[in-house]
Design a protein. Structure first.
Length: 314
């Protein structure tokens, strides 16, 4: 048994044996051994250091918008970085924001200050920290284009700053994945708009509404774009668009999305991931790599899947 008594801070909400399905965009998953919702950077750093010192597994998540948590849950501390850790400051063409800020809010702040560069992010369902972690992008934009400086906590509990190319951004990649770092804040340099930003954001929002199953229980794009192909088209061409098994399946609106039809378990959803990957590989010889991350124990996860492992401790 893990002794969670050492995990505490007066600027954090701490909940024992807390359900995670209420936070997940899939609306599935078991419980956290201890759920921590920090209200400040002081709390984030202090709790991370407590986990390091006590060797307690620490899972750091944004709003579980790109993570499938197993039905068994996560036996450790789950730190949920959200609206309570989401301050943003604008100075000239620079926005500095905390990792928990929701991207829709961040892009709206940029637009209000007549700063261009974050329009692509207005409809991405995620937080800044998680998006920098995987260099999230959409509609020809990505965080690698605008992020200039990031403060982070390393596995020793020390705070560092990296600049520019030190982020080692790639397609859905950054240095923070391999280094297992906890992103605290990031500084983005934006520019003057070449067109009406609100109009551009409205156009992108309509494009998303028309093409994506936004009203479904989903964690967004299920698979990364394979080189030379589009994941959604491969899945559709394999005859899997609209496929359903055990209350989970492939969206009938966009084959690139895997959805919970309402009563699915995480095990049901991972079965769909495996079925899609197996079928596309058999039909076209292309191995789709999941974009969604898998947290906790599953009997089988797709090949080349990225797991959400404890950041520190354990």
């Amino acid at each position: 048994m893990i002794n969670f008594d050492v995990i505490r801070h007066d600027e954090a909400v701490v909940l024992a044996s807390a359900p995670l399905h209420t936070h997940s965009h899939f609306r599935t998953g078991g419980k956290a051994g201890l759920l921590v919702i920090p209200q400040s950077e002081r709390a984030v750093v202090a709790i991370a250091r407590q986990c390091i010192e006590a060797n307690i597994p620490l899972y750091v998540v944004g709003q579980l918008s790109n993570v499938l948590v197993s039905d068994e849950g996560l036996d450790g501390v789950v730190m949920l970085l959200g609206h309570a850790f989401s301050k943003a400051h604008v100075e000239h063409s620079t926005i500095t924001a905390e990792a928990g800020i929701w991207l829709s809010r961040l892009s709206a702040i940029a637009a209000r200050h007549y700063l261009s560069g974050l329009e692509f992010a207005c409809g991405i369902p995620g937080t800044l920290g998680a998006s920098i972690l995987i260099n999230a992008g959409a509609y020809d934009g990505q965080f690698a284009d605008i992020v200039k400086e990031t403060r982070y906590l390393d596995a020793k509990g020390e705070i560092h700053v990296c600049h520019g190319d030190e982020h080692r951004f790639g397609y859905r990649q950054s240095r923070f994945i391999a280094d297992r770092s906890l992103i605290l804040t990031s500084k983005m340099i934006l520019g003057e708009p070449e067109e009406n930003m609100y109009h551009k954001m409205a156009v992108l929002a309509k494009k998303r509404r028309d093409s994506q199953p936004l009203s479904s229980l989903s964690c967004g794009s299920a698979f990364k774009r394979p080189e030379g192909y589009f994941a959604g088209k491969l899945i559709s061409d394999a005859g899997l668009k609209g496929y359903t098994g055990n209350n989970a399946g492939v969206s009938a609106k966009h084959a690139g999305f895997i959805v919970n039809h309402g009563d699915a378990s995480s095990a049901d959803i991972v079965d769909v991931f495996n079925h899609v990957q197996d079928t596309v590989l058999e039909r076209f010889g292309v191995l789709l790599e999941p974009e969604v991350r898998f947290a906790g124990h599953f009997d089988r996860i797709p090949a080349h899947a990225h797991t959400l492992d404890p950041l520190f401790g354990g």
